[in-house]
Design a protein around this ligand. Structure first.
Ligand SMILES: Cc1cc2nc3c(=O)[nH]c(=O)nc-3n(C[C@H](O)[C@H](O)[C@H](O)COP(=O)(O)O)c2cc1C
Length: 181
């Protein structure tokens, strides 16, 4: 798939099934992340790749951290990581820097997530970028082996899209772009 087609046709897939990308394809996806723009080359990213039984452990961590009050909420958290065969948790490891604020380091990680989602799409797979309470919870961060100063910018769920695609939303260019002079 050429780059422009990939950019114009990528869409989030909420329901993902096996197969996930194979090892060689994952390397291409990871390399796409490593080409994210990065002010001052701080390399402010780190990625945790979770698949198989580790997804159950992740669900248990979500429950232990968020302490849901109802059985329904507990089950939802337990099942959340099983919505895809693989999850890449993209983390911004924020470095104190005189010229590069944290927001730029998070922006670099966001760009890396989008690079990965485009690579995933170009290879014939699908993904969805999620966050939610689990992404902002200090106990989740510590349970993942992160520092509380780290930012979880996204959980990228990936695999094969399980339902027939919805159409790509068509936005009007003129609603968002204007000449400024
Ligand atoms: C930072 C960020 C966090 C997001 N978190 C969630 C989320 O927790 N749950 C969700 O359903 N979609 C979330 N989304 C939106 C989806 O990834 C997706 O963009 C949305 O469903 C629209 O689909 P599209 O990307 O095909 O336009 C998030 C997007 C961003 C950029």
């Amino acid at each position: 798939m050429d780059a422009i087609t990939a950019l114009h046709t990528r869409k989030a897939a909420p329901r993902l099934i096996e197969p996930a990308p194979a090892k060689e394809q994952l390397e291409l996806i990871y390399k796409a992340a490593l080409r994210a723009p990065d002010h001052a080359m701080l390399r402010p990213w780190r990625y945790l790749v979770i698949s198989g039984a580790a997804r159950n452990k992740l669900g248990e961590l979500f429950v232990a951290a968020l302490e849901p009050e109802t059985e329904e909420k507990k089950n939802k958290l337990l099942m959340a990581p099983l919505r895809a065969p693989m999850i890449i948790i993209a983390v911004s490891t924020i470095t104190e820097h005189p010229k590069i604020p944290a927001i730029e380091q998070v922006a670099s990680t966001a760009a890396a997530i989008q690079n990965m989602s485009l690579a995933i799409h170009a290879l014939g797979y699908a993904s969805i970028w999620r966050t939610g309470a689990v992404a902002f919870d200090d106990k989740v961060k510590l349970g993942l082996g992160l520092k509380t100063s780290d930012e979880i910018v996204g959980l990228l769920y990936l695999g094969t899209a399980s339902v027939e695609d919805r159409p790509v939303p068509e936005l009007d260019i003129d609603d968002y772009f204007e000449e400024w002079s």
